[in-house]
Write a protein that binds this ligand. Structure first.
Ligand code: ZN
Length: 85
């Protein structure tokens, strides 16, 4: 009886590089997670409020995700600062 070779399924994640627009299979992912600044109005938790997923947040609460081939590409084109005006 032949031995069955077990191959773990490795899903290939392909993401377009923000810097060079190549498809990166092992992307370097950069997340920009906005944080509440000191003194900012933090919404009061209420049981009746519909729950909002973090990624569904809009505006300045939106989590931004940038994909790069590697760190080098990140250095070449850094994501824009969301708070600079
Ligand atoms: Zn790249």
């Amino acid at each position: 009886m032949p031995r069955v070779q077990k191959r773990p399924e490795m899903p290939i994640i392909r993401r377009k590089c923000y810097s060079c627009s190549k498809m990166a299979t092992k992307p370097y992912v950069y997340h920009i997670v906005p944080s509440y600044s000191y003194g900012a109005q933090i919404p009061v938790y209420s049981k009746s409020d519909p729950k909002t997923k973090r990624v569904d947040l809009r505006g300045n609460r939106k989590v931004l995700v940038y994909h790069y081939c590697n760190r080098e590409c990140y250095e070449n084109r850094k994501p824009p600062e969301p708070y600079e005006t």
